[in-house]
Design a protein around this ligand. Structure first.
Ligand SMILES: Nc1ncnc2c1ncn2[C@@H]1O[C@H](COP(=O)(O)OP(=O)(O)O)[C@@H](O)[C@H]1O
Ligand SMILES: [Mg+2]
Length: 388
């Protein structure tokens, strides 16, 4: 049987993973180390619901990968579990989770909420007013049945507000018995809320700070136990992943990606265990695909600006705005745009995290200059640009 192709393949299929699915982004672990405080704060507001009082609106803030989505869903699941114990509640408490990148308009969110609450509403065809009426009718007191209360999580709410305005907040805050928990990666998402909605959206804010390296170690340790075979991931590997992710603004998602990619690379090389060098390779691989993804979406003029920055970086030149404009004109030839436009491009590249800018004072009477610096690995950027 040794020459059988299936037997050989199966024997070949050696892996460091025990259950890789525990490393997926959407997996919610049974415990969230270092988020106990934030979860308790959410619960302190939501516990009101068990006394038949609509909880206040809450907003969770924090950078990507600080556990906001996980903490909100954890609290939601705990509440549902508690509700099974308290069947004597006067109101019928319902919970809903909406990812605003999936439901991007007020209409879609309200229609989805109706469906979750058992009211069938089509995703298109009705007017907004009709959908809102159907939604509100769910909350009308009935003389016999219980009242309904809804606790709704609106994840990545900034996406919805930016695209469709703040009508969703206006509608939800003006419906009795609805409590909103909104989540945003951007502190300034409230710029999208107009005064008419702001007056009724008096939210309590809960901040999610970036994780430190030690905290990431705890998070990773629990996940390694679930997903990797015993003895395949040593402590120094975990510490390295944690340290690298702590540098990436304390992003737990990045730490988990690093771990998963390291395992995959170890499997590719048929290693018995994940090595520190594997982790470093994984870091490059992740950065590579991130940079590649961004570059593929850049308009060509912006790409030229980036090429100009790359050129000057390789020349080991300090990149001032004036110098960048000169090189750009050369690279772009007939296609060049105004000095002013270049600066819009530079700020966009900065927002994407590819470069940084820094105002430097040249000393008395000499004014100040904006100095531009590359923020990703030079060789990764170069390869990605050539690959286009
Ligand atoms: N304290 C924690 N313990 C365990 N896993 C965590 C913790 N915080 C975040 N994670 C995991 O890290 C990833 C990113 O977390 P997430 O809640 O999606 O972050 P955010 O919503 O703030 O961007 C998820 O896979 C999540 O399960
Ligand atoms: Mg999230």
């Amino acid at each position: 049987m040794t020459d059988n192709i299936f037997v050989n393949l199966r024997n070949d299929d050696k892996t460091v993973f025990k259950a890789k699915n525990y490393l997926n982004h959407r997996f919610l672990p049974d415990s969230l180390p270092h988020r106990e405080e934030q979860i308790k704060q959410i619960a302190k507001y939501w516990v009101e619901a068990l006394n038949d009082i609509t909880p206040p609106d809450i907003t969770l803030y924090g950078k990507t990968g600080t556990g906001k989505t996980a903490a909100a869903n954890f609290a939601k699941n705990q509440l549902k579990e508690a509700l099974e114990e308290y069947e004597d509640c006067m109101v019928d408490i319902k919970t809903a989770y909406i990812r605003c990148t999936d439901y991007t308009t007020e209409y879609q969110v309200i229609a989805r909420l109706c469906q979750i609450l058992g009211q069938d509403v089509p995703y298109r065809g009705w007017t907004k007013a009709e959908v809102v009426n159907a939604f509100r009718s769910i909350f009308k007191k009935s003389s016999l049945g219980k009242e309904t209360m809804l606790i709704v999580i609106l994840d990545e709410i900034d996406v919805l507000l930016k695209k469709d305005g703040d009508g969703i907040l206006y509608t939800l805050t003006r419906t009795d018995n609805v409590a909103i928990l909104s989540i945003s990666n951007f502190i300034d998402f409230k710029q999208f809320i107009t005064p008419r909605s702001k007056s009724s959206f008096r939210d309590r804010e809960i901040v999610f700070p970036p994780y430190g390296a030690d905290q990431l170690v705890d998070i990773l340790k629990e996940r390694v136990e679930l997903s990797f075979k015993e003895g395949t991931v040593d402590d120094d590997v975990i510490h390295l992943c944690a340290a690298l992710a702590a540098k990436e603004e304390g992003d737990a998602r990045y730490a988990l990606d690093l771990l998963k990619t390291s395992g995959e690379i170890a499997d590719d090389y048929k290693l018995e265990k994940v090595e520190e060098s594997t982790v470093r390779e994984a870091k490059d691989k992740i950065e590579h695909s991130k940079v590649k993804e961004i570059i593929e979406t850049l308009p060509s003029q912006q790409l030229r600006v980036l090429e100009s920055i790359l050129y000057l970086t390789k020349q080991k030149e300090e990149i001032s705005s004036g110098k960048l404009f000169d090189v750009y004109k050369n690279i772009a030839k007939g296609d060049s745009v105004s000095y002013r436009r270049i600066f819009d491009f530079v700020s966009e590249l900065e927002l994407l995290g590819l470069i940084s800018t820094n105002i430097v004072s040249r000393g008395r009477g000499k004014g100040r200059t904006n100095i531009i610096e590359l923020q990703c690995e030079l060789n990764i950027l170069e390869e990605s640009i050539w690959a286009i």
